[in-house]
Design a protein around this ligand. Structure first.
Ligand SMILES: [Zn+2]
Length: 426
């Protein structure tokens, strides 16, 4: 694989003095962000002048010279860059006809960190052997102890310091050439809610992968934490503590899920050389059902919103988009062929894997029975459909490539087509 960027995150363990320095820097970055935002607002409202990132960087220089600005120049510029990005996003959405909110001033609760864009300027990574653990040197803070592990060794590029729930992290971008081993199976999988995935391969009988349902498992605990928080006066000391508890449970669930996704994707790539799945539109799948008005009475009929809300929770709990993202990049690392079938055209859950006829079946029907004699679980059928589709698709692409090559070598010269423009490099 070519050079790629990977972003391992190290947990930082600052001493009390270092933590004070880190907090002071976070606050300085936050004030700088708000000042830059105010400068842009004022310039426009008073003089109808649009300030650019370059203008604000220019104004930063005298500021850093006159006052005792504790921030390294590049890190301060990267905070100004964030103001620029906020405005770019705002205007892009306006143009697209959406209704975005104007970039906001950041309170302490909304401001979590800052970035050093160049290694050696304001920060230096000093890991132990294998880029494991060690220390990171930050200007104005010192050598901070860190724990973490980069899977692939490489050159550090940028570093983002983040403070979440009172813990400090360094998220480091490393330019590296990741490698990963892979297996030999041709594998298709159907993502689901009942089981997390059903794996079908040419070699073995379909296997279900259990859905761990991390959110479901912690839901009672989470509800209790919310109730405890809501009994307290908002923004009081006790309320803040209870609110932190809620945030901690949420972040635990997210980390459990991420860990599971990484391990599951790694296990699949480890045994496969081709992975076939379907395109998933999580935002569309987890949409609320439309209200059903009753024409005669003017009231609303039951539209299944409550049960759909439960299903949506389960869909978002297994987070298929995150999983597919992880699977895709691990496949690229290993050189595994990764194909996504067009779900709407193929309809894997409605189609029979044996005779290819489409017969609609409602979601509660968990068993697939067809007139052709095929009989298996619904998810198993979908996985088999994807497998058949994927093998056909890969074969047809392969044959088309062969044919094109043959055609261009034999026929094209006679037709005077050899000077056709080449396809642009991706
Ligand atoms: Zn059939």
């Amino acid at each position: 694989m070519d050079t790629a960027n990977r972003r391992p995150t190290y947990r930082l363990y600052p001493t009390p003095a270092q933590e004070q320095a880190l907090t002071a820097q976070l606050e300085a970055h936050r004030l700088l962000y708000n000042a830059a935002l105010e400068q842009r607002r004022a310039a426009w409202s008073r003089q109808r002048v649009t300030l650019s990132y370059a203008d604000q960087c220019r104004d930063l220089t005298p500021l850093r010279q006159s006052e005792d600005c504790p921030l390294p120049a590049q890190a301060a510029q990267s905070t100004l860059k964030r103001v620029q990005l906020a405005f770019e996003a705002f205007f892009r959405r306006l143009k697209a006809g959406q209704t975005p909110g104007y970039p906001r001033f950041k309170s302490r609760r909304r401001f979590h960190g800052w970035t050093y864009p160049t290694h050696g300027d304001g920060w230096r990574l000093l890991p132990r052997e294998g880029m494991q653990h060690g220390r990171v040197r930050l200007a104005g803070v010192g050598h901070v102890r860190m724990r973490g592990d980069a899977r692939t060794l490489g050159t550090p590029k940028t570093c983002t310091i983040v403070c979440r729930h009172g813990k400090w992290y360094a998220s480091v971008v490393i330019a590296c050439q990741p490698v990963r081993s892979h297996g030999t199976e041709t594998m298709a999988f159907d993502w689901g809610v009942e089981t997390f995935a059903t794996l079908a391969s040419l070699e073995e009988t379909p296997q279900p992968v259990a859905n761990p349902r991390f959110f479901g498992a912690s839901e009672a605990k989470l509800q209790a934490a919310y109730r405890a928080r809501d009994r307290k006066r908002q923004c009081s000391h006790g309320w803040r503590l209870a609110n932190r508890r809620v945030a901690q449970i949420h972040s635990t669930i997210a980390r459990q899920r991420l860990d599971f996704h990484h391990k599951q994707a790694a296990a699949m790539i480890d045994s496969a050389t081709v992975v076939i799945t379907e395109q998933l539109q999580t935002a569309n799948m987890s949409r609320r059902p439309k209200p059903k008005p009753d024409e005669s009475t003017g009231q609303f009929l039951p539209n299944g919103a409550a049960s759909k809300a439960g299903l949506n929770k389960a869909i978002l709990d297994s987070a298929p988009t995150q999983f597919l993202g992880i699977l895709r990049y691990k496949a690229a690392e290993a050189g595994v062929v990764y194909v996504e079938a067009p779900t709407r055209a193929l309809k894997p859950s409605q189609r029979c894997h044996a005779c290819w006829t489409v017969a609609p079946k409602p979601l509660h029907q968990r068993w697939h029975i067809c007139a052709c004699g095929a009989s298996c679980g619904r998810d198993e059928n979908s996985a088999r459909v994807l497998l058949v589709w994927g093998v056909r698709h890969i074969l047809s692409v392969f044959l088309a490539t062969l044919w094109l090559r043959q055609w261009s070598q034999e026929l094209a010269p006679g037709l005077g087509l050899q000077n056709l423009p080449r396809e642009p490099k991706a």
